[in-house]
Design a protein around this ligand. Sequence first.
Ligand code: MN
Length: 338
Amino acid sequence: MTALLRPQEAAALLLAGNNYLILSHRRPDGDTVGSCAALCRALRAMGKRAWVYANPQFTPKYAPYLEGLIAPDGEAASHAASGDEETADARAYTFLSCDVASRSQLPFGMENAEVRLSIDHHGTNDLFADGTLVNPKAAACGELLTDLIPLLGVTLDRAMAEALYVAISTDTGCFRYSNVTADTFRCAGRCVEAGAEIYPINRRFFETKSRPRLALEAWLVEHMEYSADGRVALSVIELALMERLGLTEDDVNDIAGFGRTIEGVEIAVMLREVENGMGKVSVRTSPAYSAARICAQLGGGGHPTAAGASVPGGIPAARKAAMDAVAKEIELSCQTES
Ligand SMILES: [Mn+2]
């Protein structure tokens, strides 16, 4: 049974239950981490037992926001989710997810979790959970939580507000992307009113680069491949480059938009070689083109101007598939123009 829930219905569900385990998405970003952290704190403020699942892909960058929230028995919970072990405590968990668009995006170890409530802002959410609260107009999942937490009778405290500000600011490139609406600013304003100190967050996430990251940007500038009269920029990050420059996941997690910062570029394609022989394709577009449509051709999905997909066959296969998909998207947009 899947149901689309209104905010009041989602709040009623959370008020009725207990013993929550909250799931983030694969390759976790600021939005999924901040949303999970704020929801966990809000549920605890209601006197509920709540934890964030120990996603094996959590990175140090967002760790401060998860302090004291990570479930100690992650392994037992993962066994319970796959139904192959009797662990009374873990079996009793009610699973929630934040910013997860499909079952394939559930963290490793949680692939089979029966999620009671999915809170999300992806238009591509495939309703994998029993109940779904989704708003594709929200720039970040954190916006949904900023509205939902007061419905639980909980007043935002500083820790919740800072987690939510991280969620909203990172998913909007610090309020610069085309997904930003008046509601985005209203939600951020509520975080500030609740005591969030935003300058240290802005400085940490938007004004600071590690030296390996700076070296990567220099490398990308040198090796960017342009096509379609400079409208398309393609870059490739191989594992050997990651190693040579000493890059961590935190150094590259928002690199996909780099090509889009170049004048004239409307479609930026980033290919990353990942460990299992898959090529990770990330696409960022101007509103004139659809990143979601490009990535849907590759079996992926996302938002109108930011989307991704995984393509088997490593970089060469990913390059061909991605560029074919981009060519189709350009053709399509020419037709709709004329
Ligand atoms: Mn998000």
